[in-house]
Design a protein around this ligand. Structure first.
Ligand code: PEP
Length: 258
């Protein structure tokens, strides 16, 4: 692990947790993680719980993020939520281009690019998800797919902004399946991502970009993943839904920081 890049562990709650459940989970996380330093902790609850949790997380070491945003600033876009609305409820981060949105809702690289642009314009930190499906990996297309997601999804980002973007490498075959990529498989793609960012943007800036791994991260596998040079944290789905699961992941990632 490279200590110049502050590790970041993000919990993606997806479409889970009503407000009362969300408050219970956050209270538990605050209790377990209050003294964690040196690692950035982010939770991304559903929209309905953001406002309540924004208040509850004020003055805590846990930051708030959203799972998506819309690229326009306001107007007749039924069902959508803008970047400024997210900031209004206390969000600092936003996940963009998650594979579930790409595959179930038809989100394209072009949409991802516009969302990333809007997030940066509004000073939200985008967590941009990239990653191949199982058949693409089996056909040897992993690097091609990741390159396509990155080159097109980041097409509206300026050279001087790239260090602010967080990339989440999430092989689709590892999401929610219990089958995580090995540390070696993750590092191979993370190193490729960093090199690509260096070639497209700027090498010094690329060295500062945090690249999270996502896909069946659990307390049992986080430490091994975090030992890799280019793994700078994790995007956690299922295991972020329990106090024990998420706090153990943060603590075990943290052990490797010191
Ligand atoms: C995710 O959806 O971002 C994810 C990584 O999910 P899980 O940890 O459940 O595989």
């Amino acid at each position: 692990m490279n200590l110049q890049r502050k590790p970041i562990i993000t919990g993606n709650w997806k479409m889970n947790q009503k407000i009362s459940e969300a408050i219970e989970l956050v209270n538990g996380l605050k209790r377990e993680l209050y003294d964690e330093e040196g690692i950035e902790i982010v939770i991304c609850p559903p929209y309905t719980a953001l406002s309540e949790l924004g208040e509850s997380l004020q003055d805590s070491n846990i930051q708030l993020g959203a799972q998506d945003l819309f690229w326009e600033s306001s107007g007749a876009y039924t069902g959508e939520v803008s970047a400024s609305m997210l900031k209004d409820v206390g969000c600092r981060y936003v996940i963009i281009g998650h594979s579930e949105r790409r595959h179930y809702l038809g989100e394209t690289n072009e949409m991802v690019a516009k969302k990333v642009r809007r997030a940066l314009d509004e000073k939200l930190i985008p967590i941009v998800c990239v990653g191949e499906r199982l058949e693409e990996r089996e056909e040897g297309k992993t690097f091609e797919v990741v390159k396509d997601h990155l080159a097109n999804g980041l097409s509206l980002v300026k050279k001087e902004e790239i260090h602010e973007v967080v990339i989440a490498y999430e092989p689709v075959w590892a999401i929610g399946t219990g089958k995580n990529a090995t540390a070696g498989q993750a590092e191979e793609v993370h190193a490729f991502i960093r090199k690509l960012l260096g070639d497209v943007f700027d090498k010094t800036a690329a060295a500062r970009v945090r690249i999270q791994y996502g896909g069946s991260v659990k307390p049992e596998n986080i430490a091994e993943l975090m030992e890799e040079e280019d793994v700078n944290g994790a995007l956690v789905g299922g295991a972020s839904l329990t106090i024990e699961g998420f706090s153990q992941i943060v603590k075990r990632a943290h052990i490797r920081v010191s």
